[in-house]
Design a protein around this ligand. Structure first.
Ligand code: 1HE
Length: 266
């Protein structure tokens, strides 16, 4: 399926969702949010993992500034709440999402990336929150999701100064899981998505839905909920089959990572 603003493809149980407004640097308008909601819903109904990426030279330049130049306060609140609802569907919906980043990952584009579960960026990617320069504030969940990733202190720096991070800095700021050579973010994202798709779907659901909620709980509540989720997953038929496959030596063993160059400890 290809609409005007987004592309959608299903392959090997992976849903590929492409932001497709390259002439406007994939800026997110109200119509983009509406279409995104529809394709995220569709992905959750037929795929095991979703991949979000941008067509053209940039992942996403954030909020469509032209459209938002003349908003009333109530329209602003409603628009922001709409972003929250769609990004919540990504972060706490039925399937995990990976994003493949390149070029500008800015403002609402970074908020979108922060709502996915794994962020892969190629070395062309750069990251900024220029809301201060534009006279606005984050409204697509950045104060919650981006602040949780990089800390409110670092986010304050980005928003006050308009600082632009390269991939090395963004990785240090905990924004990125993987940094890859230019042009290879999608290949890496696909490789990871296939790996994730081979997990038990119930485990994937528990990982993406229980972890962020437990993080928001008091320690004792979190530990209690962890026990419930652990028991719920461990007693599923799929867990029984997978645990038996391991003990029967039918399941692949973990492979140790390659030796670190210069290490003499083995
Ligand atoms: C846009 C947008 C946009 C580009 N809304 N139209 N986001 C920003 O503050 C980032 C603003 N954009 C940029 O800084 C640059 O466009 C880029 C660094 C991303 C790319 O630069 P470049 O030189 O490749 O493109 P350009 O020439 O600046 O833009 C090409 C066209 O895209 C141009 O339109 P044209 O009709 O003149 O060709 C731009 O106007 C248009 N364009 N970005 C609308 N964002 C829920 S709250 C979230 C709050 C935020 O996201 S704040 C951050 C907003």
């Amino acid at each position: 399926m290809t609409s005007k603003l987004l592309t959608y493809d299903l392959s090997n149980n992976l849903a590929f969702i492409g932001l497709n407004r390259p002439a406007k640097r994939n800026a997110i308008s109200d119509a983009v949010i509406d279409e995104l909601e529809a394709v995220v819903r569709r992905a959750q109904s037929e795929a095991l993992v979703g991949i979000i990426f941008g067509h053209g030279d940039h992942f996403c330049a954030g909020l469509d500034l032209a459209e938002h130049a003349t908003r009333t306060p109530i329209q602003g609140i409603q628009g922001s709440r709409r972003w929250h609802a769609v990004f919540d569907q990504i972060q706490r919906g039925a399937i995990p999402f990976v994003c493949a980043l390149h070029g500008a990952v800015v403002g609402g584009g970074l908020e979108l990336a922060a709502s996915t579960h794994i962020r892969v960026a190629d070395e062309s990617a750069f990251f900024a929150l220029p809301e201060g320069q534009r006279g606005i504030f984050v409204g697509g969940s950045g104060s919650v999701r981006i602040a949780r990733l990089m800390s409110a202190a670092r986010m304050t720096d980005l928003m006050l100064t308009g600082r632009v991070l390269n991939v090395t800095e963004a990785e240090r700021f905990n924004l990125l899981n993987y940094v890859v050579p230019p042009g290879t973010a999608m290949a890496k994202a696909r490789e990871l998505a296939l790996q994730i798709a081979s997990n038990a779907p119930l485990s994937n659901f528990a990982i993406t839905n229980a972890l962020p909620r437990i993080q928001d709980m008091a320690q004792d509540d979190g530990l209690f909920v962890e026990s419930l989720v652990a028991s719920f997953t461990q007693t599923s038929a799929e867990a029984t089959e997978r645990l038996q496959a391991f003990t029967a030596k039918r399941a692949a063993r973990l492979a140790a990572p390659p030796k670190i160059a210069g290490s003499d400890t083995g």
